[in-house]
Design a protein around this ligand. Structure first.
Ligand code: NOJ
Length: 530
């Protein structure tokens, strides 16, 4: 691969918006901090722990849903878009959280879920009453197919048909996710207006951005035609999602957000989508500011694979579009479980030095691993539908210290903290300069002081099957990142630079200094040079 085809395609960014420079920390509210002993994290608990985010060096908090909900999908099944579930607190607690965050210099991005509601949302309760109900068309109802079965061959993300039959009115309703999460009909103008109103409610309250759940599913084929390939992956879907006119509602959402100063719209697109499909969601700069890029969650952690992916992603991005990378979230097995503890250190260096906004999932900075959850403790309904796909193991509470309840709760945690994870707690890692937590903190300090890392161009520099090398440049500022992704030691001669390279950081030994002519890397070691 030549250096030419590996260079970032964006315009040169020199000052950047807050969300381009942001390092985002995702809080899964149930598992962050419980303040009242019921074993479930809450807003008051988040307020108590907010300084942890600034201590770590992150500056933006993405809050997963806290709306009133039957909690069958733990808040992604919304029963009221403009309230707070009493298990999490009150609107007043939310306002306090927002105010405290802003006082600390943190931005807050709120999860919004416009593709579906809970089946207990009053809109759906009305809609399912009768075929003639005024809100019937707010959801997607269809007659059975000719054989009496579902109207078409669309699949739910969680397995099985995307349609469920409702006895009362003899029609099927569409649910792209779980059966108790009926899809709203975004082709209906009243639905659009109602949803935009709910977004306005939160933007007015002062949230700095919205993370839009399943945004690529909002618009479906108007004729509900079968997917041509019945075994389609979501990247191959032609009718169910990713429709050409998906740009219309997204443009409306963006216009609304742009009416408020300095807001950002981040969108969750299906993890199956390829880089070209992801890139389309930037539009001409008028759609999402950040369609999530989940490449690092799926790809084998190998130098050649990552190099090809980074290159393809950079090339696919429209002019001026800002990239982003995610290493973990509440839907994916834990980073340290996927890559091991050494791999997690290397991945931290990768995430925090690539060009783009990094998204960090709470607990990955501690190297938390999946906790094995017994059948009787299972909470996530996806596990029942597709055993092994449940997300409980990666949603366990954050261990703050080594006490019973791990400093998370004085009660019985909703999911077990896990003995291994309790040992990896915040307090103990804060006292160990070699811990993963301190590695994150050190790297975040370096990043904050480096214009090249925050905003610079990215150029892939040669490398081998085992070693990934890239350079970040902004004006005279240059940083070189060298990652040995293999299990054997490697030696690398960095590209020529007048004045030579200086060591800055190693994932094995921490901060370093001194001139470097040849880089010698232990297995799974990464270094940063300037
Ligand atoms: C994606 C969210 O990240 C996931 O947790 C949720 O269950 C589904 N969308 C449905 O809202």
């Amino acid at each position: 691969m030549s250096d030419m085809d590996a260079t970032s395609s964006g315009q040169i960014v020199t000052s950047g918006t807050w969300w381009q420079k942001a390092v985002v920390y995702q809080i899964y509210p149930r598992s962050f901090q419980d303040s009242d002993g019921d074993g479930i994290g809450d807003l008051k608990g988040i307020i108590q722990r907010l300084e942890y985010l600034t201590w770590l060096g992150t500056d933006t908090l993405w809050l997963s849903p806290v709306y009133p909900s039957p909690m069958r999908d733990f808040g992604y099944d919304v029963a009221d878009y403009t309230g707070i579930d009493s298990r999490f607190g009150s609107l007043e607690d939310f306002d306090n959280l927002l105010e405290r965050a802003h006082t600390l210099g943190l931005r807050l991005v709120l999860d919004v879920i416009p593709n579906h509601t809970s089946d207990e949302h009053p809109w759906f309760t009305a809609s399912r009453q009768s075929r003639s109900n005024p809100q019937r068309d707010w959801y997607i109802w269809r007659d059975p197919g000719p054989d009496g079965g579902p109207p078409n061959n669309w699949r739910s993300v969680t397995g099985g048909s995307a349609w469920s039959f409702d006895e009362r009115t003899g029609q099927y309703y569409l649910h792209s996710f779980l059966p108790f999460e009926p899809d709203l009909n975004w082709r209906n103008a009243e639905v659009r207006a109602a949803l935009l109103d709910t977004f306005r409610f939160w933007l007015r309250r002062g949230v700095d951005g919205l993370r839009v759940d399943m945004v690529d599913f909002l618009i479906k084929d108007a004729q509900f035609r079968d997917e041509p390939n019945p075994d389609y992956t979501f990247a191959e879907a032609r009718r169910h999602l990713n429709q050409p006119d998906i740009a219309d509602p997204i443009r409306e959402i963006r216009r609304l957000s742009d009416a408020y100063p300095e807001r950002v719209i981040i969108g969750e697109v299906n993890p199956d989508l390829d880089v070209v499909q992801i890139a389309a969601y930037y539009g001409k700069g008028d759609l999402l500011q950040q369609p999530f890029n989940f490449g690092l969650l799926k790809l084998p952690f190998e130098a050649a694979t990552l190099r090809a992916y980074i290159s393809a992603y950079e090339q696919a991005l429209p002019q001026g579009a800002w990239p982003n990378y995610t290493l973990g979230n509440h839907d994916t097995p834990r980073l340290a479980t996927r890559l091991g503890q050494d791999g997690a250190r290397l991945a931290a260096l990768l995430l925090l030095t690539l060009r783009g906004t990094p998204y960090l999932y709470c607990g990955d900075e501690l190297g938390l691993e999946n906790v094995s959850i017994g059948v009787e403790q299972t909470q996530d309904p996806w596990e029942q539908r597709e055993p092994g796909r449940g997300r409980d193991p990666n949603r366990t509470p954050l261990p703050w210290d080594g006490t019973p309840g791990a400093g998370f709760t004085t009660g019985e945690p909703w999911l077990p903290v896990g003995d291994e994870n309790t040992r990896r707690n915040v307090e103990s890692q804060q006292q160990d300069s070699g811990s993963l937590l301190m590695l994150y903190r050190d790297l975040l300090t370096i990043r904050r002081c480096s214009p090249a890392l925050e905003l610079g161009d990215l150029k892939l520099r040669g490398g081998t099957r085992e070693v990934l090398i890239y350079e970040r440049t902004l004006g005279n500022h240059r940083m070189l990142v060298v990652l040995n992704l293999s299990a054997i030691p490697q030696q690398v001669t960095p590209p020529h630079k007048p004045g030579g390279w200086q060591s800055v950081f190693s994932t094995r030994t921490g901060a370093k200094s001194g001139a470097v002519e040849t880089v010698t890397l232990s297995p799974q070691e990464g270094v940063l040079l300037s």
